[in-house]
Design a protein around this ligand. Structure first.
Ligand SMILES: Nc1nc2c(ncn2[C@@H]2O[C@H](COP(=O)(O)OP(=O)(O)OP(=O)(O)O)[C@@H](O)[C@H]2O)c(=O)[nH]1
Length: 366
């Protein structure tokens, strides 16, 4: 069979088509590549291998039904034809291995009896990754030609670019995930930051409004923290912040959400928790912190709580469009006022905001 230029064009068209099938995933694309190679070279076994620790690992393969070979199978690299291909560092094509002095005694020939073979090293950034190879148990019916070498080089180049591109894509995804995590984490204490709090709590507020549920919000502030900084230095101050954050994180219930709200203030969100239960939880947390030895002096906290249940904050309810955010802002402002009372009452205590119930006439004016 004469190999014409049009068969190389067919490979290029095939590669173009496979590139367009990007959405099908790498595995499907490689299967198409291997099938295209088998058809192009008129051979039976197509393999994309990876070489690792002197092992030849079959990453992907297309084989006839009677050949028992699956991806994941490993061979000693030295016992494969690809070892010769990689040592040659160039495309290798042999029509009749049994009659070739270099290969007839090769362990791969002894083990697998493959007579015809065309293979090419896959290189990523100058390093050998593995090989792309096509073979058959029968001798090749013609001589391999320049255009066959061109074809396997072309297909291998495609595989190299695609592997690099997918690796970069994966790395980019990982970096984006790290960035996303960092954007929502307080860099000093490693607990969620203010931005994370709004992201987490806002949808919860809307759920609670929808389900006519309840929740509490607590602002936790380290007492006389300025004194700690002034007496022991900023470094110790930072250390206390980290330890308090970690203790708060451990003291909260699984379904509560703690964040660093700013400076020496933390915000604790307690879903499905009424005022009384919130006071119990916060008093326990406050007592836990007092018992810890966080620096040379006893560190205490004050906590202001605001609670919400259906029917509260009626004056906001005719402003439906931003209701979640309004309720959240209102709860924060109320908890802040309660915190102010706690400080006023001598610190190291928990205070709840006492909401005034508006009359219908007052509501109508809101
Ligand atoms: N070390 C350290 N200090 C911080 C950080 N953020 C805020 N601060 C300090 O926290 C201190 C807060 O002081 P104040 O707002 O006066 O409050 P306080 O001393 O805790 O007093 P009360 O709140 O009334 O009990 C300030 O001195 C800030 O500089 C931080 O990340 N690290």
């Amino acid at each position: 069979m004469a190999v014409t230029a049009s068969s190389s064009e067919k490979v290029i068209r095939g590669l173009y088509q496979i590139t367009n099938n990007h959405d099908q995933g790498f595995e499907a694309q490689i299967e198409q590549i291997l099938k295209m190679g088998l058809e192009r070279f008129n051979l039976d076994i197509g393999i994309l291998s990876k070489i690792e620790d002197n092992q030849y690992i079959v990453k992907y393969c297309v084989v006839p039904d009677d050949v028992e070979l699956t991806s994941g199978v490993e061979f000693d690299f030295n016992s494969t034809y690809c070892h010769i291909t990689c040592q040659a560092n160039e495309p290798t094509a042999i029509e009749h291995i049994g009659e070739d002095d270099r290969y007839a005694n090769h362990p791969a020939y002894q083990a697998f009896g493959l007579e015809s073979y065309i293979g090419m090293p896959i290189k990523l950034n100058g390093e050998i990754y593995g090989t792309l190879n096509f073979s058959s148990a029968t001798p090749y019916k013609r001589q391999f030609q320049e255009s066959d070498i061109d074809a396997i080089q072309l297909v291998t180049a495609w595989v190299e670019v695609e592997i690099i591109r997918r690796r970069q894509e994966k790395r980019l995804k990982e970096l984006n995930q790290i960035l996303e995590r960092k954007a929502y984490e307080d860099s000093l204490t490693c607990i969620p930051n203010r931005r994370a709090m709004f992201k987490h709590v806002s949808p919860d507020v809307s759920r609670i409004i929808r389900e006519q549920g309840k929740a509490s919000l607590a602002i936790i502030d380290i007492d006389l923290f300025k004194n700690i900084n002034d007496t022991y230095g900023h470094q110790i101050g930072d250390d206390v912040l980290k330890k308090v954050a970690s203790a708060l994180n451990e003291s909260k219930r699984d379904y509560d959400f703690i964040s660093r709200f700013g400076g020496e203030e933390f915000l604790l969100w307690l879903p499905n928790t009424n005022a009384q239960a919130a006071e119990t939880v916060c008093t326990r947390i406050k007592n836990n912190i007092e018992k810890l030895s966080l620096c040379a002096t006893t560190v205490t906290i004050s906590i202001g709580i605001s609670s919400y249940s259906d029917g509260d904050l009626q004056h906001l309810k005719n402003k439906q469009s931003k209701l979640n955010r309004l309720i959240l802002d209102e709860l924060i402002s109320e908890a802040d006022q309660a915190l102010y009372h706690a400080k006023d009452a001598g610190r190291n205590c928990v205070k709840s905001y006492q909401r005034v119930t508006l009359t219908n006439a007052e509501l109508a004016m809101c």
